[in-house]
Design a protein around this ligand. Structure first.
Ligand SMILES: Cc1cc2nc3c(=O)[nH]c(=O)nc-3n(C[C@H](O)[C@H](O)[C@H](O)COP(=O)(O)OP(=O)(O)OC[C@H]3O[C@@H](n4cnc5c(N)ncnc54)[C@H](O)[C@@H]3O)c2cc1C
Length: 646
């Protein structure tokens, strides 16, 4: 990712012009994070979008998240809370929700799937008949043809009832064949999608290798073109592939030699392929034994001299990295939607227990400690659900600038669901620890969501660095303007004035007044102040660290945490505003959820940003973390001896 950031800056005088520093030296790779690197790389490279990176750099982003790093209140994508479904789409979705819910209540047995460590055949068959294997495949190719928002609503139901089944379906369509939908040629779509949509064939996504996890760019699988140019010979092995043992169709990423037309130099670049098991040479290992999502099949997949026809290249030769990252970015809202459903189911169990369990002569829901837990659980669910449908709606509206928001929704949803489920177990006491109520299964199932499809740590780095990168471009523009102050007086007055005002604590003049509902104006104020504090620190840290900010992970993590809090504030402000304006029956409840979230999130941001600004102490803390960790690694574990001395 570091290299990518530097590359994206090529030709920009970002650090040097503004700060009088020398231009960066040759690109280093301080840490290699494939997911984040590529997410940065692909953010403007959708096939449907003919625009080049250059074009995007010059265009004004409509993303709230991009804006918040610059101290801008970009409301286009977030206010009002988007409603994207037309009447027909709403009606169609309503007709699907009932049968899908009934199917999960009456046919699927999550506990049995977990015990069998596979999805029961009746469920698989039933899901195929429901069309659940081709939810977003166009009608004319045999799918249900749902938009992202409709898809979100249905996966929410799956997430509520069975995350194991959710992974089978998600590995198939959210990542397994998503590449064909997004990047496939007409011929590839017509050949593969009908059978994939019906579930006659199952798909898997093959990126991870034993030596290549987060650093996806370092894969070793290779695909060598034949001298006749008709096929590639694919060799390599992939690990932990969901549906790996069931799939017939694989989206596989492998290194291919690519000749630079300008220099003639040959470089190894990643290319994506659609690989059929029937090509021969494709085998898999036994199902992995794992902590959760046991019903889903996870297996190693081996490719041994597989002859892949040249027409099965997905996207461009050498463009596979972008294909992979684009697929992952596109699916993140689905994870948030599924987990919003999981939380809904879990909260119902916690409430049921709290409302019926008597201790000390009282129903336990009357105790403040239980009330706080339930309220926080409801807030986390509300935020996740609001994010999921905000991102899906933005995508349906044709936004191409939602990568930071999508990453935030994945991080937030996976951590919120874990916390909510853990607290449910606490509310249920010993009963929560038992197998029978099924909450322990959900906790086990949930753990992987913070790890796969981009670990939350890597995604935090992505959120912070992508935001800083866009802010960096602005600083660069300001730097150029400073070289020619008379020609750029307007820019300088606007930008410099804004920055000076912010630094002097005078406020930026930003406001959500008239945008958020009047009853939420105080929370709107809190969000604006938080945005100003956040942007002030981002700017100060960029000026201090310049391009080396990519190595400041302690700082980046804190920036990401505040970015997540801030985006969460805005999505709930937007959703609750809409409910209040439209007089929804739950509007006052939503106002409480929103206000409570904003009060606490604003305080966290204030504290986080103040801590980052009190540099000496923070620096001491970060130095300590580094030294403590180093000592642990040198010692091979805890450094201190037992207080008894032995
Ligand atoms: C059940 C299951 C199903 C899966 N399904 C699929 C699938 O269908 N297809 C597929 O391709 N893959 C799949 N995976 C793989 C999954 O995507 C990877 O496990 C994930 O990308 C993380 O890679 P890793 O496990 O190698 O961890 P590593 O990349 O080795 O990371 C280990 C730790 O180091 C941290 N870390 C790494 N680099 C940095 C850095 N630069 N800075 C700071 N911290 C860093 C990570 O955040 C993590 O905490 C699956 C995994 C599991 C367990």
């Amino acid at each position: 990712m570091g290299r990518q950031l530097l590359r994206l800056r090529a030709g920009s005088s970002w650090s040097s012009a503004l700060l009088g520093q020398p231009r960066p030296g040759p690109a280093r790779r301080p840490y290699a994070s494939g997911v984040a690197q590529a997410a940065v790389d692909q953010s403007d490279s959708q096939p449907s979008e003919a625009s080049t990176r250059e074009k995007r750099a010059n265009s004004v982003s409509k993303s709230f998240a991009v804006g918040m790093f610059k101290g801008q209140l970009t409301t286009d994508q977030v206010f009002p809370y988007p409603s994207v479904l037309n009447e027909d789409q709403t009606q169609f979705l309503k007709e699907l929700v009932g049968p899908v819910t009934r199917f999960f209540e009456e046919v699927n047995d999550a506990a049995k799937n977990d015990m069998l460590e596979r999805v029961e055949e009746t469920t698989m068959q039933g899901l195929k008949e429901l069309g659940a294997f081709g939810l977003q495949v166009p009608n004319e190719l045999g799918g249900v043809g749902l938009c992202n928002t409709q898809y979100a609503r249905l996966v929410e139901i799956v997430g509520m009832y069975d995350l194991g089944v959710g992974i089978v379906l998600g590995a198939h369509q959210s990542i397994g064949f998503k590449g064909i939908l997004l990047f496939g040629t007409k011929a590839q779509k017509e050949k593969y999608l009908p059978k994939l949509a019906s579930g006659e064939t199952i798909a898997a996504f093959c990126l991870t290798e034993p030596s290549s996890g987060s650093d996806a760019a370092s894969i070793r699988s290779s695909a060598v073109p034949s001298p006749c140019g008709k096929y590639y010979t694919l060799n390599g092995s992939k690990i932990w592939i969901s549906n790996g043992g069931l799939a017939d169709i694989f989206t596989v990423f492998a290194k291919t030699p690519v000749t630079d037309t300008a220099t003639g130099a040959v470089k190894e670049k990643i290319t994506a392929f659609v690989v059929e098991r029937s090509f021969g040479g494709v085998t898999h290992g036994p199902p992995e034994k794992k902590m959760g999502i046991k019903a889903s099949n996870t297996a190693e997949v081996y490719f041994d001299g597989v002859q892949v026809p040249a027409e099965n290249v997905l996207g461009e030769v050498g463009g596979g990295f972008k294909v992979a990252m684009h697929i992952l970015n596109n699916g993140r809202f689905g994870m948030a939607a599924a987990l919003a459903g999981t939380m809904k189911g879990i909260i119902a169990k916690a409430v049921d227990h709290a409302a019926n369990r008597t201790q000390f002569g009282e129903k336990i829901h009357n105790f403040g400690l239980i009330q706080e837990k339930l309220a926080r659980m409801a807030m986390l669910q509300y935020v996740t659900e609001s994010m999921a449908y905000m991102v899906s709606a933005n995508m349906d509206q044709g936004s191409t600038d939602f990568q930071i928001e999508a990453a935030i929704s994945k991080i937030f949803g996976s951590e919120a669901a874990w916390k909510v489920t853990d607290e449910c177990i606490q509310i249920m006491g010993g009963m929560g620890f038992m197998k029978e109520p099924g909450v322990e299964r959900v906790l086990r199932d949930l753990r992987i969501f913070r790890i796969f499809e981009g670990t939350n740590d890597i995604l935090r780095l992505f959120v912070a660095l992508q935001g800083c990168m866009d802010k960096g471009k602005e600083l660069s523009g300001l730097g150029n303007a400073l070289k020619n102050p008379f020609g750029n007086a307007g820019l300088l007055l606007g930008e410099a004035g804004k920055q000076l005002r912010r630094r002097a604590g005078l406020g930026s003049g930003l406001s959500l007044s008239g945008i958020v509902h009047q009853e939420l104006s105080r929370s709107g104020e809190l969000a604006v102040r938080a945005l100003e504090q956040f942007a002030t620190v981002v700017e100060a840290k960029l000026i201090k660290h310049k391009k080396d900010i990519i190595n400041e992970q302690f700082l980046l993590q804190r920036l990401a945490d505040s970015a997540i809090d801030l985006y969460a504030m805005v999505v709930v402000l937007s959703r609750a505003s809409r409910s209040l304006s439209e007089g929804h029956p739950t509007a006052q409840h939503e106002k409480m959820l929103c206000d409570s979230w904003c009060i606490e999130a604003a305080a966290r941001i204030r504290e986080n940003m103040a801590a980052l600004q009190s540099d000496p102490q923070q620096q001491e803390l970060f130095r300590n973390f580094k030294s403590i960790s180093k000592a642990l690694v040198e010692r091979g574990g805890v450094v201190t001896s037992n207080p008894l001395g032995f």
